[in-house]
Write a protein that binds this ligand. Structure first.
Ligand code: BES
Ligand code: MN
Ligand code: MN
Length: 448
């Protein structure tokens, strides 16, 4: 294995370079041609590794499916990754975000860690076990719309798309607690995004001539934010919001605390000066097991130099709510819409993506196999945690297939998911290849 991983490094780096250099920003309509090239390249990389591969069309960008079917009676594992990325317009980039840069075992560029590096790591792990004659079918499913909430992923799971139901799924799209502290997550938060818009005038008006009588849409949207959430505590004030929340069990809280999480490292990894709480147990409860209401943008009025005294005619608010078991995005949207309508009937509310929360298992044969595999790959037992992020495709696979879904993420907090100067590294890739290969081998030995 050691020799294989060493030998696979040039192929891994070359493939990752090719992938990162395609700006596969799914939310940017001007990147449609790059999305297509990404699907084509993905098929080619699978085939170059000796696997079959094809493009499966959906109502949006396609998914890429491929892998090795080594025997009808062997168990089948399906590895999920995504190849679309977030935009990279942040001014803090020290390099062109889509120019791959290799530097002492670090791989820089948008998408390197989320999620192109882990996808290619899994591919090379699969190639290894198949070459070794391990009796397992390893299939890959690479999505191109994860970063926009997986709106057409269900199309790819319809019978006519021809993707057979696997015996289990591995998702490699999550992060560890810290470098050297592997984690096997078993939970994700759900998500409800929304855009609120308010027009109170045809255009901006002089605030001296009209102010006092004119309604200010920015002020009214700020009032709405204040009605929805307490800025100091983060407590959501929408009636009924917490109704279905299931608190974590005692065993889960114990896992959280045993995870090795520290507030200091968390602050450093994300560059925070202070937090809403300094207590590690509370911070973990907040990021993994509590729902949120977040403001992402407030658009409107004047943002150039100086202060331009106008009453804006229009404003828009971009928000999202992270959800936890057993909250349902559809229900939360109804509660939210009703609350906004009561408070300010002129505001238009539009949902932007609804993802259900996910909770799997942290015990049983799959979790134990994952634990042993990670130990083998990285020399250290992983801890079982939840994640605060969301992956729309996961609950879709659960609903359609009803098979065990395990997470074997390879990213580190400092790799910078969605942030400027994102990177991946060879330590995580090489350990990941070993861990995933060990996991596939464990699965092969498990009864179908
Ligand atoms: N890989 C992340 C999900 C994730 C984040 C897992 C943090 C574990 C920890 C995924 O690519 C992602 O960014 N999801 C988005 C979905 C959204 C854009 C619809 C998210 O969580 O915001
Ligand atoms: Mn991701
Ligand atoms: Mn992401």
């Amino acid at each position: 294995m050691e020799a294989y991983v060493k030998g696979a490094r040039p192929r891994f780096e070359h493939s990752l370079a090719q992938m990162v250099e395609l700006p596969s920003v799914s939310m940017d309509p001007t990147r449609a041609a790059d999305m297509k090239k990404t699907a084509t390249l993905a098929v080619q990389l699978l085939r170059d590794a000796g696997a079959e591969a094809r493009i499966v069309e959906t109502g949006g960008y396609p998914v890429v499916e491929g892998g090795w079917t080594t025997g009808k009676h062997h168990p089948t594992v399906l590895v999920y990754n995504h190849l679309d990325v977030q935009p990279a317009q942040e001014p803090e980039w020290r390099q062109a975000p889509f120019a791959f840069r290799k530097d002492h075992g670090l791989y820089h560029g948008r998408g390197a860690t989320d999620d192109k590096g882990p996808a290619l790591t899994a591919l090379l792990a699969g190639r290894y076990v198949v070459e070794q004659g391990v009796p397992i079918n390893v299939r890959f499913l690479w999505e191109l719309e994860e970063e926009i909430g997986s709106p057409h992923f269900a199309d790819a799971l319809k019978p006519r798309a021809g993707i057979s139901k696997p015996d289990s799924v591995v998702v490699s799209d999550t992060i560890w607690i810290a470098k050297g502290r592997p984690a096997v997550p078993y939970g994700l938060r759900g998500l409800l995004g929304a855009r609120l818009s308010l027009r109170t005038g045809r255009a901006d008006a002089h605030s001296g001539l009209t102010g006092g009588a004119a309604r200010n849409p920015l002020t009214e949207l700020c009032d709405l934010v204040n009605a929805c959430v307490d800025a100091e505590t983060g407590r959501v004030k929408i009636p009924g919001f917490y109704e279905d929340v299931v608190p974590p069990t005692k065993a889960e809280v114990e896992n959280f605390l045993a995870s090795g999480f520290t507030v200091g490292r968390f602050k450093k990894a994300f560059g925070f000066t202070s937090l809403r709480s300094a207590d590690p147990a509370e911070v973990l409860h907040r990021i993994w097991a509590s729902p949120t209401f977040e403001v992402h943008g407030l658009v409107g009025g004047y943002i150039g130099p100086g202060v331009k005294m106008v009453v804006p005619g229009y404003a828009e608010l971009k928000v999202s709510m992270r959800l936890v078991p057993n909250q349902k995005p559809e229900k939360i949207f109804r509660l939210f819409k009703r609350f906004v309508a009561e408070r300010n009937p002129n505001v238009t509310v539009e949902a932007e993506g609804m993802l259900h929360p996910f909770k799997g298992h942290f015990s049983g044969p799959y979790a134990e196999a994952a634990q042993r595999a990670v130990k083998e790959g990285f020399g250290k037992e992983p801890v079982f945690i939840r994640e605060g992020g969301s992956i729309g495709a996961v609950t879709t696979m659960q609903q359609v297939w009803h098979v065990p879904i395990l997470f074997m993420g390879l990213s580190l907090p400092e790799h910078g998911y969605h942030a400027p100067n994102e990177y991946f590294d060879w330590g995580q890739a090489s350990g990941g290849m070993k861990a995933l290969a060990a996991y596939f081998t464990e699965l092969a030995a498990m009864k179908k």
